[in-house]
Design a protein around this ligand. Sequence first.
Ligand code: PLP
Length: 431
Amino acid sequence: MTVLEKDKKYLIQCYTTDDLVFTNGKGMYLYDDKGKKYLDFSGQFSACTLGHGNEEMAEALKAQIEKIVSVTSCFATEERAALAEKMIEISPEGLEQVMFGCTGSDANEFALKLAKYYRRGGRIISFRRGFHGSTAGAAAATGKSEMIQENSGISELLPRGFVHSAPPYCYHCDFGKEPGSCGMQCLKYLEQTMLHEGGDRIAAVISEPIFAAGGVIVPPKGFWQGVRELCDKYGALLIFDEVVTGIGQTGSMFACQYEGVTPDILVTGKGLTGGYVPGSAVLCRREIGEEMGKISLHGHTHSCYPLTCRSALKNLEIIERDGLVENSRTTGEYLHEKLVALKEKYEVIQDVRGRGLLQGIEIEGNKSADKFDLGQRLYEKILENGLITELESRRNLENVVLVMHPALITTKENVDEAVEIIDNSLKDCLK
Ligand SMILES: Cc1ncc(COP(=O)(O)O)c(C=O)c1O
């Protein structure tokens, strides 16, 4: 049997969508089993900050495996203490305690627990089109219809007490308004939602600062400031899910630092360890962490493993030493400009959004093609032409967005190559 045949026979196929077998990777490229080279602009769901096959990381992990790997969260280790200190150093002022996790989903679960415990209950408000993970609480906060929300059998797993407000999605405004003259209806709606769902009894508002999986939705200027003020007004905690936007992806270490808005709880994952070992982290204000510290109800076997901490420490060391956050900002601006130039050329590109190396292009249909079919064909053609991106496209959500979040090591030459592939693929698809 071939690798694909075995995979299809034995693996539950709830995620696999492309018939590709990757065998190795180096820097910005992945190679398939036929030796074909792919430029990776998905960063493998944005986890891969340093690109593939980073030798310094490999050496650090080898040394760590030889030193010590398995220590549960019941014990302190040098690696855990060093990473905790580092996390506080790189985070917005005011976030002074941290807890580690294994995935973005479990880190979000912990953030929700922290908020519920600190606030002694209350509703959780999130936004439609936001994504927070696949475990129960994180999936309940998710405002994007996924399998668990759509299937009446498994949706029973979703806990109650989660409410979704209108997203700050100017291109697809839920209120049919235009940016600039809208009076920020989405913010007013959030306040109404908070009032109707308990007012000062709300536990928290959770959101990504830029909605990545929802289609790279960049909220208008002032939106987060407004949300912060509403949270303060009603005593709700503000949780930023920076599982995608964190660790430099948007050109600042955390996207909220660009916004100048500090949450009460900040969640990060994916790129924290450069994608080499699973790992995530939840940061919070000291009084929230200390309150939680009084009880013992959270932890995962692997969550504070020295190996996880070492990979995060090495990742952050390389990112800082090589100025990769700054690179994400400048190369991201270059990518944005080139995508805007493509928009001028092709009417099917209706919007280009993003910050740093998190960018998305919103696709519309034309006389001869429905946007969903066109989006799918374009994604496949781009992949066939050697570029890995992600496609966010669901008919019930009415948008088609090609999403990119390449590694922080992306160069302008990589951008030129990627945009040329998109350009050629568009030409092919629109023939
Ligand atoms: C914003 C956001 N939060 C949380 C998660 C869940 O992270 P994980 O897949 O590591 O559980 C994701 C995953 O895509 C995400 O995009």
